[in-house]
Design a binder for this molecule. Sequence first.
Ligand code: AGP
Length: 614
Amino acid sequence: MCGIVGYVGREQAAPILLEGLSRLEYRGYDSAGVAVCSAGEGRLEVAKAKGRLKILSDMLHGGADISGTTGIGHTRWATHGAPSDVNSHPQVSRSGRIAVVHNGIIENYAELKAFLKEQGIPFASETDTEVVAQLIEYFLETDKVGLLEAVGRVLRRIEGAYALGIVSADVPGQIIAVRKDSPLILGQGQDFHMLASDVTAIIQHTRDVIYLEDGELAVLTTEGIQCYSQLMVPIEKKVSHVDWEIDAAEKGGYEHFMFKEIMEQPDALRRAISPRIAEGQVVLEDFHLDEAYLKSLEKIYIVACGSSYHVGMVEKYIFERLLRIPVEVALASEFRYMEPIVTQRTLVVVISQSGETLDSMAALREAKRLGAKVLSVVNVVGSSIARESDQVLYTWAGPEIAVATTKGYSTQLAVLDLLALYLGRLLGTVSQETYDQGVAALEALPEQMERVLERREDIQYYASQYFNHNSVFFIGRNLDYAMGLEGSLKLKEISYIHSEAYASGELKHGTISLIEEGTLVIALGTCGRLFDKAMSNVAEVRSRGADVLALTTESRQEDMAHAASGVITIPDAAEIALPSLGVVPLQLFAYYVALMRGCDIDKPRNLAKSVTVE
Ligand code: AGP
């Protein structure tokens, strides 16, 4: 989704903006632009270009062609109007003296545009954002107010989701920042201040950040940041310190962020798991949901999107087995429209790597409105979902840059596995043996995952055998089915191969008609108690001509080798740890296939890292 960066200080802004935008490229975009104010001359220069940021950067000779020490920059992911130079941001007012960058959607833009057109104001673009720039200028001219007041008047009229950065040629040396339902952080430095849609864009300059709450506004100058409440009352905000290292957001010698992040998983899991286990017990120090409330729970709802939803699908099986409480998993984009049955005795678990996914955020608010408590599992510290939840458990995976999540997914699984064991013990629903096995399995997980990663050449070999297939089926039962959902998504999002995940038993109810000579079926059979069933399903599809690549545990390798064309193995482990181990070969398979097909792995077409529009 769109990325925003802004800088006001003593340095030339354009090179800093371009560098910041390059760190936001991972979010997904189709055009880029900057607007820079030069104080002395009261001049505002705007440069924009469709396509990769490099086009804009080359056009401006790395920023040298545009001078001024205050500026805003943007990478656009088109919503209103096709990707084009004119629809790119910054969008400017009729006079060209106000420039705006925006992430989100102004829902009532058509009505506002019609009003402005009636006043004789011409529009240059098809974007909803241009309305904001034009409306600010309209209030400046007709109401004779200052810039801040004009912005305030605009905010009272626009509806929707927005993070905005605004500059004016008439007030150089100042940026106005606003947010509602779209991410925006402010960076505090010595003699400079910044804004950005995420911390990766500014971390090279400062780690001291301010998180704006919904409806809040800020004025940034070289000297400081003044924040205002929704009612335009000056407020003091807490400054937080981000402890991510800049290296964590760089490739560090790897060809792709996705591969780097796959390889980082054992360490990410250590960070997520080790501090939460002490002397064989799960210890959730930062967990403060009331014991009586937890004991009164009648239902758990897990709500998320994409891969995070797939984590929810795995955890439904684990939670229900360990807690004997009904668990429903809902797509966040559906949740608020389905009249969910949520009461004060429902715990809603929102899973989100970014903590900024708009659908998940909306579901969280709906859950709270209905009286539930919300526990979120989030990677990005201080993100919107984390801040609005009653309880947050961080995954501590470090920054995830590749659009296709890997370490985000596996650390979410680990944190929820820990939570399931913790609650199982608290509610008395888990046996001592299962608890001990689960804790030991999670402690052993990072090291076992290292062993899976060491065998990556086997996966590379299978990828070379199958990368030309145009359609792939993932089948499995129970935890293997849930894991297949993620394997299938990984493959389709980065390699563009059509792929489906099916519960093995469901195949014969329709989909098996698609199996023909040479169809690739990836059969997942890691779950020991269902292994015989997995074997039967392999036989079922092979007898119809399918080429079967199977995934199972080391102890079952030989048996599976009789049935499948190829077998990939993971170490034997307690059931709770199998999806975490099993997903790694599937991530690697998707990665190598995409590599062999020449795909843009870190920035797959049409996708964005953090989906901040509905
Ligand atoms: C997965 O590879 C995707 N990037 C996507 O499905 C992602 O998991 C989804 O958009 C949810 O994101 P979140 O975890 O940041 O909320």
